[in-house]
Write a protein that binds this ligand. Structure first.
Ligand SMILES: [Zn+2]
Ligand SMILES: [Zn+2]
Length: 734
């Protein structure tokens, strides 16, 4: 007899049923079972041909990491069986949630099928996974579906090897499964024959509607009601994502590349930022002043049900939450939103999971939010030990390093909310339970003394009797990029809004020569005062005012006397994000920041139209001891000088291109000095298409290799990944 243990994502993907069918096909005797997070197989002969056949028939969502084969002398049978799961080692996660597969769609649209228009249709290839699982092994008893015992017919599908729902853990039908109910604003059920049809009619009629899905709730509103919706939701200009009927519909509204099409249709079904086509008022309403809008395709059966009855092309679908708070998952809490109607089901949401958001840059994915459809995902690094990292403060995620793999949580939100911190604790506990973690070596946190995530880190350190490690923000960005690209060191241009520097100042325009065990600040933007500290982050006119003062120009402000006084004692800052804010303000693109990244994102529209016709000073680089300083004042002098005589777009383009060129020049000097092959870019500013393409062009001209993100978010959601890797290498040093 032979014992085969398969490691990887092999549960919740129809792996055991496939093993069963292959064994039967080859006439083998033995058994298969889930053991911990792995699958254990015993067969009596023909290991080679069995494995070959298994690989040929591998379920679409399975991912084999390793296979161990050994001799076996335990129990066997005269036939082949699927046995009860056992609780062995847990070292691989369940799969992420998977969009409805074609076979299930066929069931769903087939009149007379048991699951015709059934809102919880799924199979071994599709459906909720991460959001419904409580623990491994991935058996119904460990999911929220356990509260819905299978009816006789579902059970017979489950037990019949020829059925494609053979051993599918989360199946149900209208007879035995969860169900949707339509409620009015008071929480009273609305008596209708078809709640989905009514719900679609209500959306078309302009009502504000809330829909509960697998991993959370969305607020929906018609495309021609977005202005009203903004008032209602008190969200002045932050973009809303849309859900559209199908790919053909999206093509009418947006320009798409082949890879964008592919990602829109992928099993993860994320929100993809796409370039707007002209002439659609709803797109301007959805993302005012921006060249892109976010859109996703239906992924759960309930979405298809709504589109079955909806007249319009799509609707706004935004996470349902009180601003700043985590997405709502409890039915009773939803009614506090004061929407007009609610379509809610009675299945519990175990793991909240917001939609993922990404934009495509050439063939790379820039994750703005990596969540539903992508978590949990393993990033392999060459390190031992167990590390937890709590990230920074905004756009939070936390990460856990176990057995050389980093697992990052779903998107958590902004750390200013107590509930977001609680959410982080819960999300981390879930991972620790999934992997049976009892010992933790190090807890990593940001260097910033004011970040609320510190409290989570210190509480965890106490609980596990682990050491804590404070990590500089931009170093974590750089390392997150290295992990993303499976390398261990390089030169990284880390550009973002705010990060606490090792010198107590605010950094954000940094060139770092970095590795896993340390970093050197090779260069940075010249320092400027952040007038009034954090206030200047939203009141971007303050940063512009500072640059006007420093270059002998005039920027009218009623509070100029106060600002001048404050300027002398303000914290100094080297943030590229703030420089872009100031440019945006001076060029009249944006006057205040009402959401994260707004001024810089609006500037991007202008940058896309810009031509390199305004001459900027050649070199901005100055030497200051062992650091290079990129002086931005000559750029602002030029900007103030040309304002009014040159096109705004051309001024913006020239200013940004000059700064990026000088960043790359400094990076090249450092790379050559230390014999580094790679120059990378990370941080929130690196989402900017124009900035990244300029970066890439300049690096390639030098013959070095540009490094970009693809799996780890460029922005602060990626910080915990970098922290984890640094924490792991720190253990080796102890
Ligand atoms: Zn399916
Ligand atoms: Zn049933």
């Amino acid at each position: 007899m032979h014992r085969i243990v398969v490691y990887g994502v092999v549960q919740g993907v129809g792996f055991r049923p496939t093993v069963y069918r292959v064994a039967k096909l080859l006439g083998l005797r033995g058994w298969v079972k889930n053991n911990g997070s792995n699958v254990e197989i015993v067969i009596d002969r023909d290991v080679e041909s069995f494995l070959a056949e298994l690989r040929k028939n591998l379920p679409v969502n399975a991912r084999i990491e390793r296979i161990d084969v050994s001799e076996y002398s335990g129990m066997s049978f005269d036939d082949f069986r699927i046995l009860e799961s056992s609780h062995g080692v847990k070292d691989f996660p369940p799969p992420p949630d998977l969009a409805m597969c074609d076979a299930c769609l066929a069931d769903f649209y087939e009149k007379g099928n048991r699951r015709y228009m059934y809102a919880f249709t799924n199979c071994t290839d599709c459906g909720a996974r991460f959001t419904v699982i409580k623990n491994m092994p991935f058996d119904r008893i460990n999911t929220t579906m356990f509260e819905f015992p299978m009816c006789r017919e579902c059970n017979s599908e489950y037990e019949h090897p020829a059925n494609r729902r053979f051993h599918a853990q989360t199946i149900s039908c209208p007879e035995c499964g969860p169900r949707y109910t339509l409620y009015d604003r008071n929480g009273t059920p609305v008596p209708v024959e078809n709640p989905f049809e009514k719900f679609a009619v209500l959306i078309d009629a302009g009502k504000i509607c809330v829909l509960k899905g697998y991993g959370g709730m969305h607020i929906l509103c018609a495309l021609d009601r977005i202005k009203y919706f903004r008032d209602w939701y008190r969200r002045k200009s932050k973009p809303f994502a849309l859900m559209m009927r199908n790919l053909e519909t999206v093509e009418r509204y947006a320009y798409l590349s082949e890879i964008e099409r592919e990602i829109l249709l992928s099993r993860a079904r994320p929100i993809v930022l796409l370039k707007k086509k002209a002439g659609f008022e709803c797109l301007e309403d959805a993302s005012p002043g921006l060249p892109n809008f976010g859109v996703m395709l239906p992924y759960a059966p309930v979405h298809h049900l709504i589109f079955q009855h909806l007249k319009s092309d799509g609707f706004v679908a935004t996470s349902a939450n009180v601003p700043g708070e985590p997405m709502i998952i409890e039915n009773r809490e939803a009614f506090a939103l004061n929407a007009d109607y609610y379509l809610l089901h009675n299945l519990k949401i175990h793991n909240r999971c917001d939609d993922s958001v990404l934009r495509v840059y050439s063939n790379r994915k820039f994750f703005i939010r990596k969540s539903r459809g992508f978590v949990p995902e393993a990033l392999t690094i060459d390190a031992k030990g167990t590390v937890i990292a709590v990230g920074a403060q905004e756009n939070l995620s936390a990460s856990v390093l176990i057995n050389g793999k980093i697992y990052t949580t779903q998107y958590l939100g902004d750390g200013l909310s107590y509930n977001v911190l609680q959410y982080m604790k819960g999300a981390l506990s879930h991972y620790l339970r999934l992997f049976n973690v009892e010992h933790v070596d190090t807890i990593c946190l940001d260097l910033h003394p004011g970040y609320t995530t510190r409290s989570v880190a210190f509480a965890l350190a106490k609980k596990f009797n682990a050491r804590t490690l404070e990590i500089q923000h931009h170093w974590a960005h750089a390392v997150s990029l290295f992990v993303d690209n499976s390398i261990s060191n390089g030169v990284c241009i880390a550009i973002d809004g705010t990060g606490y520097g090792s010198d107590g100042k605010i950094w954000g325009g940094e060139v770092l020569n970095a590795g896993m065990k340390g970093f050197q600040r090779v260069g940075h933007l010249s320092e400027f005062p952040l007038i009034g500290g954090e206030t200047a982050v939203n009141d971007i006119g303050r940063v512009a005012f500072a640059f006007a003062e420093l270059t002998g120009n005039n920027l009218k402000r009623e509070d100029d006397t106060l600002l001048r006084a404050l300027m002398k004692k303000s914290v100094m800052c080297t943030s590229f994000g703030r420089v872009l804010d100031a440019l945006s303000y001076v060029l009249g693109v944006c006057e205040e920041r009402t959401y994260d990244g707004e001024p810089a994102m609006k500037l991007e529209t202008l940058l896309m139209e810009g031509k390199p016709w305004v001459k900027m000073p050649d070199s901005l680089v100055e030497c200051n001891g062992d650091e290079y300083v990129i002086n931005v004042l000559p750029v602002f002098e030029k900007v103030f000088e040309c304002r009014g005589s040159e096109k705004r777009a051309d001024i913006a383009y020239a200013a940004v291109a000059a700064i990026v060129k000088n960043f790359v020049d400094v990076a090249i000097k450092s790379a050559n000095e230390y014999g580094m092959k790679y120059i990378g870019v990370s941080g929130g500013v690196s989402y900017n298409d124009v900035i990244v393409s300029l970066f890439e062009k300049y690096v390639k001209q030098s013959g070095l290799t540009p490094l970009l993100h693809d799996r780890v978010p460029n922005g602060d959601m990626g910080i915990s990944v970098g922290q984890c890797a640094i924490g792991a290498h720190d253990i080796e040093c102890v």
